[in-house]
Design a protein around this ligand. Structure first.
Ligand SMILES: Nc1ncnc2c1ncn2[C@@H]1O[C@H](COP(=O)(O)OP(=O)(O)OP(=O)(O)O)[C@@H](O)[C@H]1O
Ligand SMILES: [Mg+2]
Length: 433
């Protein structure tokens, strides 16, 4: 869809995380306290900082904006700390080993140090190691005798399987150690600042794999001078993973991110409309007030509310008549939401009467979460009887394992985005919008 049709430079309802930039900072609403807290913790503590919150609530956005804000503070900030950031958050994966992960991180750190060498110099933190690393990162592949590759250091030939300036080639020639030494020299303590590294989406791995990996990288990465770590994931994921003996005292109590509070919700869209408006005459498909209602209808799921706005805008774009008055706009949005909810309901595989009854109970819960330990309150004779219906709901894609739960246990479920749309159809639009 062309947003210029509506007079916007780009999609004001974009549901990707906010960028680590001035614009991202401007678009972040309702998070002043958490932003302050996150920045303070990064500045003051040698420990690993943590952020937890539900799916799509705004964790990655908050961290990105905090990184940008910290980078921008130099040289104005107290104590003149200089913060740099690895270019993007890291993720732990099933096949991630501690050694490969260390290389990935140090490669990214090497890039950050060389990209910002001017700022480091300005701060009096630069050292000759940065130039060496810079030469290495930008060195073209040079084939030497015997098919080996020459490296910019010493000019010897080595049997590398990849170019020196790739992350694969990087692990050879003791480069990780050079980067560590350089980092240590630049940032001997947190007083000088450091390179912020984020591990995002901790919930993608099961608890024991996450914990094992974190334990393995504790000394080589989490406690390395010059690195400032942020761990981020679904509720309880960081806390649970960090609760082992080896990690005790290393990770701070997570900063919890809840849904944006009602008074700020309209602003989410309000600020984007300002930033992305192309010209004076533009047409806003969903106004801040409509967004607040939509946000309520999808149980305060920020990303889902934004996705719904985008879909509504596409639907509207294909229509001839665009409502003008705020009341008419709101009326049409409501009509679309009811249609969309009905469509989701008709596309849902019937999970059976008992499962529907459980779904309707779930629909009444403010967070849409149910646990098999509540079987009695939910009208079941045993946890097993309830588990059976929970599985039916999962097979119909109306519910899934609750974020941060061990998926193999399946004992706590929450509504899926599909479930939240079906909920609107089951409850009736008048109840939710
Ligand atoms: N404080 C905020 N102000 C305005 N928009 C926000 C805010 N927080 C998040 N958003 C928007 O909400 C959407 C979801 O944010 P984000 O991706 O940061 O959430 P998340 O918690 O990291 O999600 P996930 O659990 O999927 O990783 C994005 O479109 C983002 O731009
Ligand atoms: Mg995220």
């Amino acid at each position: 869809m062309d947003w210029l049709d509506f007079g916007f430079r780009s999609n004001p309802y974009d549901s990707s995380e906010l960028p680590a930039s001035e614009v991202g900072h401007k678009l972040l609403v309702g998070r002043d306290a958490q932003l302050r807290q996150l920045k303070e913790q990064l500045k003051s503590s040698a420990n690993v900082v943590a952020v937890e919150g539900a799916y799509g609530v705004g964790k990655s956005s908050l961290i990105a904006v905090a990184q940008h804000a910290l980078e921008e503070e130099f040289p104005m900030g107290r104590g003149q700390q200089l913060f740099l950031s690895a270019s993007k958050p890291f993720q732990l994966q099933t096949d991630t080993g501690p050694t490969a992960f260390r290389h990935e991180v140090l490669y990214s750190v090497a890039n950050a140090l060389t990209t910002h060498r001017e700022r480091l110099r300005e701060a009096g933190l630069a050292n000759s190691g940065i130039e060496t690393i810079g030469r290495w990162l930008t060195a073209p592949e040079v084939r030497g005798k015997g098919g080996g590759l020459t490296t910019p250091f010493g000019g010897g030939t080595f049997n590398m399987t990849s170019g020196p300036n790739t992350s694969d080639g990087f692990k050879q020639e003791g480069f990780p150690e050079r980067v560590e030494a350089c980092l240590r020299e630049c940032f001997p303590s947190r007083q000088q600042g450091g390179v912020i590294c984020v591990i995002d989406n901790l919930e993608v791995l099961d608890l024991s794999s996450t914990r094992t990996l974190l334990e393995q990288i504790r000394d080589p990465l989490l406690r390395k001078a010059g690195l400032c770590w942020v761990l981020c994931g679904a509720p309880r994921t960081v806390r649970d993973a960090a609760s082992s003996q080896r990690l005790h005292g290393i990770v701070r109590t997570p900063i919890e991110i809840g849904p944006i509070e009602a008074p700020f919700v309209g602003e989410v869209v309000g600020r984007r409309l300002e930033v992305y408006a192309q010209e004076d005459s533009n047409y806003t498909p969903v106004e801040p007030d409509g967004f607040l209602r939509l946000y309520g209808a999808v149980n305060r799921h920020l990303r889902e509310a934004l996705v719904a706005c985008e879909r509504y805008s596409e639907w509207l774009d294909a229509r001839e008549d665009w409502p003008e008055s705020p009341a008419d706009k709101s009326q049409l949005l409501r009509k679309w939401l009811a249609l969309e909810a009905d469509n989701h309901l008709s596309a849902t595989r019937d999970p059976g009467d008992r499962a529907w009854r459980l779904f309707d109970e779930l629909a009444q819960e403010p967070d849409g979460i149910a646990s098999s330990s509540d079987f009695r309150a939910l009208g079941f004779k045993s946890p097993d009887a309830m588990l059976k219906e929970m599985q039916e709901l999962q097979m119909a894609n109306l519910a899934g394992p609750a974020m941060g739960e061990d998926p193999s246990r399946d004992e706590t479920i929450e509504m899926t985005p599909q479930g939240r749309m079906v909920r609107i159809a089951r409850l009736g639009i008048e109840k939710v919008f």
